[in-house]
Write a protein that binds this ligand. Structure first.
Ligand code: SAH
Length: 346
């Protein structure tokens, strides 16, 4: 197995069979070996610095019905909200004071945010905070829409491909959605000029090691600037309520592998990882992650953006908990940076 890890480090890619073997069979010792390499690579590009992003969850209205997601259209128990332009701008104001230099606007696919409305919000943030990066995570839209957002001043877009395998994609989503179209959106985003982030859930229902291997190979083809992954966590009011959640161990292994594949990219220690284990975020960093995304949404809506059960949104997960998060990063030898946090060149 060590040979395979060394080969991955040297070539930055493996075959589908080799990835599958590594994912299925890596022992505790192999994983530690891999993490020592992935940590070192992250350190080579980013030192002990961890970038922060202020996450603003702008809406939990969604026209889609993804089987795993708590804010899916059919979940009648979800109490819906959307933020106004003024509310979003005041989140940015609070966030800037706290030291965030990237704002991430994420939401369900909410038709209220037309291209006009969204472009207006983006250009206001762009002129108020010229030194900040604006990241969007608003799902699938048209090529023209992506171009407008970029031209209005947005810099980055996060759109997880979720799973690269078409049949598995169909098992997780309503039949009107496809992996092919999701991937197409990612290439449109690149063409529009965005720094692009993709990713997938680990341990989603029906996922095999081979699916994960395909996810890695798709990412190699895409060449993203950021990859966000987290364990699947069930939500009680979805069709997947009875499925087991993904494991922290497998998520960490995938973070380590991603770092060996893409030494210089941005890899967040995600909220889902922090949700399944009290030290998930720290363990993510020690496996090669270099970004954290605390929640900047207004307090009264945080509990409503419930993608999965028990999603954390207070304590060190919250923007107000930044001092605690800083302390916890220092305990493992890292520190938070006040920085836009762009992807370093190779
Ligand atoms: N509507 C946007 C944002 C989706 S929420 C979009 O389509 O990109 C951001 C991410 O949360 C999703 O991409 C998905 O990977 C993750 N997510 C959703 N439900 C989840 C669950 N039950 N467990 C873990 N992650 C989940």
């Amino acid at each position: 197995m060590r040979q395979l890890i060394d080969k991955l480090k040297a070539n930055r890619v493996l075959s589908e069979d080799e990835f599958t073997e590594l994912i299925e069979k890596a022992s505790e010792e192999d994983r530690e070996y891999l993490f020592s390499q992935s940590r070192e690579l992250a350190g080579k590009y980013y030192g002990n610095g961890i970038y922060t992003r202020g996450l603003i969850e702008i809406s939990n209205y969604c026209k889609n019905d993804c089987y795993y997601c708590g804010i899916r259209k059919s979940n009648e128990k979800a109490s819906r909200y959307r933020l106004t332009e003024e509310e979003i701008l005041s989140c940015c104001e609070v966030g800037y004071e706290l030291g965030f230099r990237t704002f991430v606007m994420q939401g369900g696919e909410d038709g209220y945010y037309t291209d006009d409305r969204m472009a207006h919000i983006i250009s206001r943030i762009r002129s108020a905070y010229p030194d900040c990066a604006i990241t969007l995570s608003l799902g699938e839209r048209s090529k023209e829409s992506y171009q407008r957002f970029f031209d209005a001043g947005a810099n980055r877009y996060l759109l997880r491909h979720e799973t690269a395998d078409e049949a598995h994609y169909k098992a997780l989503h309503p039949q009107n959605l496809s992996a092919a179209h999701r991937k197409q959106c990612l290439f449109w985003l690149k063409e529009a000029g965005f720094q692009v982030g993709s990713g997938f859930m680990v341990g989603s229902p029906g996922q095999t090691a081979r699916h994960l291997a395909k996810d890695l190979l798709f990412l190699k083809e895409l060449g993203p600037q950021m990859v966000g992954i987290g364990p699947f966590i069930r939500h009680q009011d979805t069709p997947f309520a009875k499925y087991e959640s993904g494991s922290m161990e497998q998520t960490l292994l995938m973070i380590g592998i991603l770092r060996l594949m893409f030494p210089n990219i941005l890899i967040p220690a995600t909220t889902a990882l922090g949700t399944i284990h009290p030290f998930g975020r720290e363990k993510g960093v020690l496996a090669g992650a270099n970004v954290v995304m605390p929640n900047l949404s207004p307090l009264d809506v945080r509990k409503k953006y419930m993608l999965y059960d028990n999603k954390i949104s207070s304590g060190v997960e919250a923007a107000e908990g930044l001092a605690d998060l800083e302390q916890r990063m220092e305990e493992i030898g890292y520190h938070l940076l006040v920085d836009r946090g762009d992807c370093k060149k190779e």
